[in-house]
Design a protein around this ligand. Structure first.
Ligand code: ADP
Ligand code: TYD
Length: 214
């Protein structure tokens, strides 16, 4: 059985960068890796993603879209990849819905948590890496990132402050299932911290130090 590692954090926190580094590193260690994201990950999920990122929707509608996309993602992609022994590296999952639609947009948090918990019952294990990066840093990075901006990239400071507050509560609630790293650190330092702190990656940490092969 493979392992599912989910990366969480606000936009620009550095999730995709760390996922890419981890994917390259694990592949260098002859591991099978499946990188995916939410909303998205399946044909249906990518359609949800497009609606999600471009339409002005009520927060609850956004949450339902995120959950619909997630359920198909679990069934069609995540579970089969885990069964084949892949490391599944997923950019965002349930905690994004709780942080963004719940804390950010005011949808009832308990309701979202219950839906998330039910959906996660389909998975035997779930490890989350929360990349905690200051809002100042993220806003600078989003500004410099270029490319097409989505509706969340243009969100207000107040919105992101609520989302960050949401993540801080989620970290407390999730306990040992979530590992927090400091995304304001240099890319390499963040990566080493992930290797050191995620129990599933324990056996690889000396490999990285010795070979430095990224
Ligand atoms: P996310 O996937 O969380 O939105 P990205 O990984 O796309 O964030 O990173 C956003 C931008 O910040 C990218 O241009 C990336 O190169 C840069 N970046 C990511 N992590 C760091 C870091 N630790 N230090 C400096 N720049 C970073
Ligand atoms: P994406 O480009 O993947 O985010 P990032 O900038 O972090 O790389 O865009 C996904 C956006 O959707 C992001 O702003 C967070 C938001 N989102 C939610 O609001 N709820 C959710 O359940 C998920 C999965 C994402």
């Amino acid at each position: 059985m493979g392992k599912l590692l989910v990366f969480e954090g606000i936009d620009g926190s550095g999730k995709s960068t760390q996922i890419q580094m981890l994917s390259n590193f694990l592949k260098s260690q002859k591991q099978k890796v499946f990188v995916t994201r939410e909303p998205g990950g399946t044909e249906f999920g990518e359609k949800c993603r497009k609606l999600f990122l471009t339409q002005n929707l009520d927060g609850l509608t956004e949450a339902y879209l995120a959950f619909a996309s997630r359920n198909e993602h679990i069934l069609q992609k995540i579970k089969p990849a885990l069964k084949l022994g892949h490391w599944v590296l997923c950019d965002r999952f349930s905690d994004s819905t709780i942080a963004y639609q719940g804390y950010g947009r005011g949808v009832e948090i308990q309701y979202l948590r219950e839906m998330a918990t039910n959906m996660e019952k389909q998975l035997s294990e779930l490890r989350i890496v929360y990349v905690h990066t200051s809002l100042e840093t993220c806003l600078k990075r989003i500004k410099n990132r270029g490319g097409v901006k989505n509706k969340f990239d243009n969100s207000s400071r107040i919105f992101y402050e609520k989302v960050i507050y949401g993540y801080s509560n989620i970290v407390k609630e999730r306990g040992n299932n979530i590992i927090q790293v400091d995304g304001d650190d240099e890319i390499e330092k963040v990566f080493k911290k992930i290797l050191q702190s995620v129990p599933e990656l324990e056996r690889f940490k000396t490999k990285y130090n010795h070979s430095g092969n990224i």
